[in-house]
Write a protein of this length. Sequence first.
Length: 314
Amino acid sequence: MPRLFVSWIILVVTLVGAGAVAGAFDPRAYSGNKQTARCKAVRRSPPPSKDVDIKIRYVDIKPRKNLESATTILMVHGWPSLWSTWSKQIEEFENDYRLIIPNLRGFGDSTHTGDVRSSGTMGDMVNDLVCVLNNAGVRQAVCLGHDWGSGVCYEAVRARPDVFIGVIGAAIPYVSAAGPFLPIKALVPRLPKLAYQLFFDGSVEDAAAELDADVKRTMRAALRTVDSPPPKSFLTSNKTFLGAWEGVEIPPVPFFSPVEEEYYVEEMRRQGFKHTLHFYTSENRYHSWAFAHGQGNHTLRQPALAVYPTKVSN
């Protein structure tokens, strides 16, 4: 465990530096590492089915030495990212750790149940991660998440401490389900930049159509840094995601190479954004809360590291 803590300190430096000048990372160079886990999933509607097969695609990178003793890090992306968004961490750790890096259900080449509103809970995605680890022959792993991926990892270590031996959450804190369920609309008056989530929840079809119309523009709008920030009104509308960028030419993602941008656009055009919006629906959020609240074990007992920004854009 001490070696793991030292590595996490290195990871902080790597994450903080992820917005620096983009390197020559080429996701296609890892095509030979791509694997497919066939996982059982639940479709709650419509029509309900407790036995739906989905395919979770993941990259499996094995260290060049000490494979048997190497710690496995499961890297879980957020929205609207893909496995390849972990490029800086992959380059930092691929020689020393086993890296398992999935596309979450509905993203890129990973399939979904067909029910975006109620069959994409945190528990559903934890089951997907366990399925991926089983497919890879991995018994235990550290869960590293960013954005919504942090929430998935927190639920993973809470619900499956037998599988997940530690957690690293970047950008998003752990919020337990001990208290009452709070819909997003109750938070927007205090946190106005959550208003876009009301758009994603209330108008999934309209939101998907807006996001799909120009995948590159959507990607560039969402993935900014404090040195290349979005407009101040970005994310504050409950009727549009991209409206704040109207009439504005959006510069490239600061931490992507042109090759990474091209790969991202190609992958997200496979299925579009609709079945990535499960994070935002009221049904999935409520089901996620109800499951964890009902279990009652809200303390994460594994070693945990939280990585937060020290600077934010206005």
